[in-house]
Design a binder for this molecule. Structure first.
Ligand SMILES: [Fe+2]
Length: 216
């Protein structure tokens, strides 16, 4: 029978105590286990990992470090989280409208809404991943979106094309207004996050203009 414990550094256990694995001078299995890992650099590696793992609940706290100060990370993280839920809801509103629009302008509005869905989903991913990049866990759960989004919503049921255009303009205006406040808030805290929010705002303001032009 092969003695595996002699080939690999074993964990302290009753198996280690078996006669075939007993090493002369290594009567304390726990010390041998620690020494083995020190030699392999495992203990040093584990101490550098910036994580606290809860093996019971499967959650982690701060596995991703940030180059930002704690204060800047908080400001940028809050701005990104708030933008994330707004953009998720904007994409859902646009899809709901895409399915429920009726009227003589159905085809153009229906297609234009999917353009907004595509852009919003792209922005959602960029914002969420920027939050992750600065060590902030992005929360895009439906419950969080429903509780915290600053959008103005969309009525249920079939909607005439004119009402859809008005609702999309109002939602775009609300999202852009909130984004502009976050652009101001992140100016010194994190210019990289600010740059992302500026780019998103520029595109949403362009879309706001194009939707609003249909109301004239
Ligand atoms: Fe579709």
């Amino acid at each position: 029978m092969t003695c595996v414990e002699n080939a690999l550094p074993p964990r302290p256990s009753s198996r280690f105590e078996s006669s075939c694995c007993r090493i002369p001078g290594r009567e304390n299995p726990h010390l041998f286990w620690i020494e083995s890992r020190l030699r392999l650099g495992w203990v040093a590696f584990e101490s550098e990992t910036p994580s606290t793992v809860d093996l019971q609940g499967g959650t982690m706290s701060n596995p991703i470090t940030s180059t930002l100060s704690e204060e800047s990370q908080k400001i940028a993280g809050d701005a990104l989280q708030a933008s994330l839920v707004d953009l998720i809801d904007l994409s859902l509103i646009a899809k709901q409208a895409h399915w429920n629009v009726v009227g003589s302008q159905f085809r153009s509005v229906h297609l234009q809404l999917d353009e907004l869905v595509t852009d919003s989903r792209t922005f959602v991913d960029e914002v969420a991943e920027r939050a992750a990049a600065i060590g902030v866990s992005p929360d895009g759960r439906a419950e969080t979106v429903a509780k915290t989004a600053s959008t103005v919503g969309f009525d249920e049921g079939w909607q005439k094309d004119g009402r859809v255009v008005g609702a999309i303009v109002a939602n775009l205006a609300a999202v852009v207004k909130a984004l502009r406040a976050r652009i101001d808030a992140t100016e010194s805290a994190d210019p990289v996050t600010q740059d992302l929010l500026i780019a998103i705002t520029a595109r949403l303001e362009q879309l706001h203009w194009m939707w609003q032009a249909q109301q004239a």
